[in-house]
Structure formats: C-alpha cells, structure tokens
Design a protein. Structure first.
Length: 340
C-alpha cells in the first residue's frame, strides 16, 4: 500500500528546500509569473518577518513535493514601535499556493489552504488576505487564472477590488511635456546622504508600510539615487517615487516577473504630501522616474499594484495583469463546540 501524502510546515531547525519549491513554482504558475532564486530569497529569507515554518509542504510517500503554500504575518512590530504598523496585527496572508499540475482537482489545494489558515489563526491572525503581504508576491488573486479565482471563492473568500500591474513605454514624448507642467515644484533623483531626509518625510507623511518598505529597501542595498523626489520652492521633499532597474540589489515589485527582460524597469510606489497635491506633481514625479530609467537605457516599465489606471494611462501605461483582492475573517471556534 502506498504511503499517504504528508502535509506540514518546514520544521524548526530544518532548511527550506528552496530549489524544490522554485522548480514546482515554475511548473505550477504560467509564463507570466516565473520565479527566480533571487526573488524567492528576497521575499522569504530576507523578509525580517519570515520563519521557515511559514512554508507548508505536501509530499507523497516517496518524498516528492506535490504542493506548497507560503503564508505571511507581519512580525517586525517590536523593532518599529510607533510607526503605525499596529494595524497589521491580526492580518494573515496566503502569499502563494501551488499544487503540481498532475495533482490538481484532488482536494490537495484545499487541504494545504486549511492547514495554512489554521497555522495563521494559531499565530494570531483574525483576517486572511490572498497576497498583499509585506514582501508580497501578488497583490491579490490573478484574475486571468480561473482555477485560482474559483478556488478562493469556493473556500469562503470574498472577492473585492481589482488591482492592476500596468506596462508602458519609456518614451520622452510621454514624459518630457509632463516634467515641465508645474512651476511650484521641481523633480530630481535623491542624493547619497539624503536617506535620513527621505525617511523623515515618509514617517511624517506616510507612516506605516511605505516608510517601513523604503527603510528596508535602503537597508538591503537599494539606492537613494533610484528615488525620484518632488522638491518645493523651499527645497523641501514633498513627494517620492521608487523605480527599479535590472540588476539592482532590491528587486522592486514592478520587476518581479521581468527577470528575462533586461530592458524593462519597475516603478512604484509613489506618494505626495497633501499640500503638494493638485499641482500636477503626481504625474510629474512618475515622469521623473520614467526619465531616470530611460537615461539608464531602459525601454519599457511596469507599474505594479494600482487602481489608478486612468492616471497612469496619461503617461502611456496600460493594464498588463489584473488581480482581485480576496479576504475572509477567521471565525474563532466557540470553546466547547467540538468537545462533545
Ligand atoms: C489554485 C490551485 C492551488 C488549486 O489546487 P487544487 O489542488 O487543484 O485544488 P482543489 O483540488 O483542492 O480544489 C478545490 C476547489 O477549488 C475549485 N477549483 C480548483 N481548480 C479549479 C479549476 N481549474 N476550475 C474551476 N474550479 C476550480 C473547485 O471548487 C475545487 O473543488 P472541486 O474540485 O470539488 O470542484 C492550483 O490550481 C494551482 O496550483 N494553480 C497554479 C498556482 C496558482 O494560481 N495559485 C494561486 C495564486 S497564489
């Protein structure tokens, strides 16, 4: 008799079988989501919140990997108190789930998801999200993947807002006129030594995830020179935009799935101080980021995880991939319910 399928988290003290997981990921996802080793490491081992037990594996009796789920919880709160990150307490994320193509429609995905949900609940989660995590892989469920949408909808997740990744050309005909639109602000790339000023701007204006993510970006070798700044007439930072090039130390979300495309850049996030809104500086700083990437010889760019399709459309960007937010509460068991 063949041994049953074993499902469980990577045990404490055991190393994560990175190569096996990446190989299965590549067979499970389509050509639009081909993961490489660097991205995998960045979004697991190099995520300060990551624990090996956040990966749950399904293996057959002979040890072959049949499926996996990566969950996430934000665990870095103690290191960053007072930064408005408390709102992420109780959030549990299904960061990625995959079952090998030969093993689908046998209930394995559902079984992996159930174990992931129990693990997240045991670790304090009260609401579950598909994607969206810190150091995320996806902003939600990829809409073009019917199996994934049906899978989560059928597992009690409520489907919500659509989010898109947008692709566009780095064409001076789009970005040059926009750069000249306002006389109240100017744009330039950040300068070495300006890191503290950028983080101070972010902690005042966008305390929470953008501040945290940008600090991590800088700590892990991201360059301030890849941050476009909106500068007011008093020489103060009023806005920011991150952009990414191939080969950068930090793989920006816009470049997650473009590792085979050496002439593509990534753009985002972007944020402006309230006082700087309504001046055209939002589009202006995107144009500055486009110009920065263009000057590095790149031809196209992807802007990730946005609902602002019309806004970025003015600079020539169009939806390339669409995701749907998916969430469900964890309904805690009433004590004694199963104890009869
Ligand atoms: C999504 C995925 C993990 C589902 O794994 P699975 O083992 O086939 O799922 P299950 O057998 O447990 O299916 C559970 C339910 O999901 C739904 N479902 C799964 N695949 C489906 C499909 N192709 N079409 C329609 N419904 C589907 C069904 O309701 C199914 O129940 P049923 O078989 O009783 O009708 C798998 O298709 C996969 O690995 N896809 C590629 C990776 C991916 O897209 N991951 C999601 C984004 S992170």
């Amino acid at each position: 008799m063949s041994k049953p399928i074993q499902i469980g988290p990577v045990q404490a003290g055991m190393s994560v079988p990175d190569r096996e997981i990446i190989a299965l990921w590549k067979r499970s996802f389509g050509p639009e989501f081909q993961l490489d080793e660097a991205l995998w490491q960045q979004n697991t081992a190099k995520d300060p919140s990551f624990l090996p037990s956040d990966i749950i594996l399904a293996r057959d009796g002979s040890g072959t990997l049949l499926g996996f789920v990566v969950v996430k919880i934000f665990r870095d709160l103690l290191n960053h108190p007072g930064e408005k990150l408390e709102r992420y307490a109780g959030f549990g994320y299904i960061a990625a789930i995959a079952v090998s193509p030969e093993q689908r429609r046998k209930g394995l995905g559902r079984e992996l998801l159930a174990q992931a949900e129990t693990y997240l609940a045991d670790n304090g989660a009260t609401t579950l999200y598909v994607g969206e995590s810190f150091r995320h892989f996806f902003p939600g469920v990829p809409v073009h993947n019917r199996a994934a949408v049906e899978f989560f909808a059928g597992s009690g997740y409520e489907l919500g807002t659509l989010e898109s990744d947008l692709d566009g050309p780095l064409d001076p005909a789009f970005f040059e006129p926009v750069l000249k639109a306002s006389n109240k602000v100017t744009y330039r790339q950040g300068l070495p030594g300006e890191e503290a000023a950028l983080l101070s701007f972010l902690s005042r204006t966008f305390p929470g995830r953008w501040h945290y993510d940008t600090r991590l970006f800088l700590e892990q070798g991201g360059s301030i020179e890849d941050v476009s700044l909106v500068i007011d007439l008093q020489d103060q930072i009023q806005g920011f935009l991150l952009s990414y090039k191939p080969g950068d130390k930090v793989i920006g979300p816009g470049r997650y799935w473009l590792n085979e495309k050496p002439d593509w850049g990534g753009i985002g996030p972007l944020g402006l101080n309230k006082d700087a809104r309504g001046l055209g500086a939002g589009l202006g700083v995107v144009a500055a980021g486009m110009q920065h990437l263009y000057r590095h010889g790149l031809k196209s760019a992807r802007i990730d995880w946005t609902t602002l399709v019309d806004f970025y459309g003015k600079l020539g960007f169009k939806p390339a991939l669409t995701y749907q937010r998916a969430t469900r509460p964890i309904i805690s068991k009433v004590k004694g319910e199963d104890d009869v």
